[in-house]
Design a protein. Structure first.
Length: 69
């Protein structure tokens, strides 16, 4: 089986904080699921805010689905 992949980068402001509802994120993920995408991995992307103190600047979500042949 062959796969195709999609990556989406999300900033921390969009996925945390007092205004963020997990239901909103679930809706976002489920929309991709309806299109056949499966979330297979996430990674935190960090930057250097201060020496020796990395700061998460975004999250990378990796999706996959079977490729149409």
């Amino acid at each position: 089986m062959k796969w195709e992949y999609k990556t989406i980068r999300v900033s921390p402001q969009n996925v945390s904080g007092p205004g963020f509802e997990t239901d909103e994120f679930d809706t976002f993920i489920n929309q991709f699921g309806e299109l056949g995408w499966e979330l297979v991995s996430t990674a935190a992307i960090t930057g250097q805010a201060l020496p020796l103190y990395p700061e998460t600047t975004s999250f990378l979500m990796i999706f996959k689905r079977p490729k149409n042949q």
